[in-house]
Design a protein around this ligand. Structure first.
Ligand SMILES: [Zn+2]
Length: 265
């Protein structure tokens, strides 16, 4: 079965991961910009990172037979550096125009502060003006509160919800997210987040219609083949072939295909 990994940080992974993903049936990887482990000291640090993703990482994936697309923005954690974040927002559009960039992300909340909210809203306004796709990160702590706040902002701003993925949902938030029409809900298979068994029961309860599964693999204790492992494990956990195809490929394909730049042969 073909797989799209809709959220992974290959920047922090080794080439063997690309080889193993290709062998396991992955066709494309989507890489949102993240906190790379230390805060950048200037806007130029972000711009160099964006170039790295759009050029070097895209090329590295291609060498191993995988499509690679990026989402760019100031992550929630670094949004507190308001001056730098605003400078990044002033200079980001030429990177968003790049053919390998599908939209804005991952943005959202870390500690849910007014500074984070201000920069999040500015990204959303930019996304609406440019009709960009958006990947939103929900916080690890106070997740429900963060997701409520994100959904309230998207509703108040009358955002086109079909262009948004609200990521890292758990049992506690998935009903809330999917209660909003057309928005897509991400579930992250990560040791500190949701495991394959829990993901299967969420999908059984809420249906496969608007759910994506991802590994969010990065420099932490994470595993880039989690989506593939879930695909193998899901039949025994009660999901049928159609549901599995939807959460591991089709829903991602449909979502990213809203951008004319997204093409798989
Ligand atoms: Zn991430």
């Amino acid at each position: 079965m073909k797989i799209i990994e809709p959220h992974i940080h290959m920047y922090a992974r080794v080439t063997d991961d690309y080889e193993n993903m290709k062998k396991a049936g992955y066709t494309a990887v989507i890489e949102p910009a993240f906190w790379s482990g230390t805060d950048r000291s200037c806007a130029g640090g972000f711009f160099d990172y964006f170039t790295h993703l759009l050029e070097f990482e895209h090329g590295r994936a291609k060498k191993y037979g995988l499509y690679h697309y990026s989402f760019l923005g100031v992550n929630a954690k670094e949004s507190r550096h308001t001056k730098i974040a605003l400078e990044v927002l002033r200079g980001i559009e030429k990177f968003l125009d790049n053919p390998n960039c599908l939209g804005i992300g991952e943005i959202g909340f870390d500690l849910i502060t007014p500074e984070e909210e201000d920069i999040f809203i500015k990204h959303i306004e930019l996304a609406e003006r440019r009709k960009e796709l958006v990947i939103i990160h929900s916080p690890h702590t106070n997740k429900r509160e963060g997701i409520e706040r994100i959904l309230k902002i998207l509703t108040e701003k009358k955002c086109t919800l079909k262009r948004y993925v609200l990521d890292h949902n758990t049992e506690e938030t998935i009903g809330l997210t999917l209660g909003h029409p057309e928005i897509v809900a991400g579930i992250t298979l990560y040791p500190t987040k949701v495991n394959i068994e829990r993901a299967a029961s969420i999908i059984k309860q809420y249906g496969a219609g608007r759910i994506l599964i991802n590994s969010s693999a990065d420099w932490g204790k994470s595993y880039p083949l989690n989506v593939s492992e879930a695909v193998q494990a899901f039949p025994a956990l009660g999901l049928n072939a159609k549901e599995i195809e939807k959460v591991a490929f089709q829903n991602a394909f449909d979502f990213f295909s809203q951008s004319p730049k997204f093409k798989l042969d």
